[in-house]
Write a new protein. Structure first.
Length: 315
């Protein structure tokens, strides 16, 4: 267990949240009791007594699978010394666990699924913090996941500098026929630095770099093993080399949207920590053994927990 000397607290209390991007019309009506907010995909609502136990939330950690969430919650329960692990009743879509001031939630696969999870969780955290902007500034958000490496071997852990889409531009959404909603894809440098510092003595293979999030696992990641094939070995190689030359170190399917939404509210502390499953310059298929995949998952969890211990347990 790594416990660092510094507090490693990188948030900027009071003033980071951009209030103009918060949906005050709806969320403040919930705070004032004029409206109940139904967090439908989690099976809870703002008038559910279970939420009272989550008022002290200080971090929200997302991961793709429910199994990883239950594993992370058990590890954090032991590290933080909180024996109670709270679960929301509905697990059909997302699995959640709360313990030691940290809400862990799965987000499924891809940006559409993860966007539902993160928007409902942002609404929930706003409610839990009673709309207090300083309290919201203090909440740390992260995704801990898996990815394909660009020039990196399996087992490497990438802490993202930016979350971009497959054309190296930030996340955007169609605004009907009118235009495009553009977002910001940067991950905060101070949080990244604090994560790296918390893991400086860990011996884990951690690198920093840009990450692209694709809309699809096969075609947009230039795989040649999908049911549909549009690319050749040459165009795939050119794409991956182009990514690498532009500072991209891994490919996954959520980070561009997550960075976009967290930046939209102006959260000062958020991050993405992803284990690399394979080097995409060497292949397309994930052939790691279950033991290797377990180790990769554990190690990305180690990187998270070394930081969370500094941030939450030494302050
Ligand atoms: N996740 C992805 O999106 N791509 C990979 O290659 C591996 C994990």
């Amino acid at each position: 267990m790594l416990l660092g000397a510094s507090r490693g607290h990188d948030s900027i209390p009071g003033g980071a949240i951009k209030t103009e991007n918060i949906n005050h019309e709806f969320l403040d009506a919930v705070l004032e009791g004029r409206q109940v907010d139904v967090y439908y995909h989690f099976g809870v609502a703002s008038d559910d007594p279970i939420l009272e136990k989550l008022r002290g939330v200080r971090a929200v950690i997302l991961a793709g699978s429910g199994e990883r969430i239950t594993d992370f919650a058990e590890r954090w329960s032991a590290l933080s010394g909180d024996p109670e692990i709270i679960a929301f009743p509905k697990e059909e879509r997302f699995v959640t666990r709360y313990t030691g001031g940290v809400l862990f939630s799965s987000h499924g696969m891809g940006m559409p699924s993860a966007s539902i999870a993160v928007q409902e969780l942002m609404r929930m955290v706003y409610f839990l913090k009673r709309g207090d902007l300083e309290a919201l500034d203090d909440v740390f958000w992260a995704r801990v996941g898996t990815s394909g490496g660009v020039g990196l071997p399996g087992g490497t852990i990438v802490v993202s500098e930016a979350g971009l889409m497959a054309d190296l531009k930030p996340f955007r959404l169609l605004q009907g026929g009118i235009g495009t909603y553009w977002f910001d894809g940067e991950f905060p440098a101070a949080t990244r630095a604090a994560i790296m510092a918390a893991n400086a003595d860990s011996g884990l293979p951690i690198v920093e770099g840009k990450t692209i999030a694709t809309n699809e696992f096969f075609l947009e990641q230039f795989r040649l093993d999908g049911a549909i094939r549009r690319e050749t070995a040459q165009t795939k190689h050119e794409f991956l080399e182009w990514l690498h030359a532009n500072g991209v170190r891994n490919i996954e399917m959520e980070g561009a949207m997550l960075a976009a939404y967290w930046n939209s509210w102006g959260f000062p502390s958020f991050a993405m920590i992803c284990a690399v499953l394979l080097n995409r310059l060497e292949g397309d298929q994930v052939t790691s053994t279950p033991e290797q995949l377990h180790d990769f998952s554990e190690q990305s969890g180690d990187v998270l927990f070394n930081y969370l211990q500094q941030r939450l347990l030494t302050s």
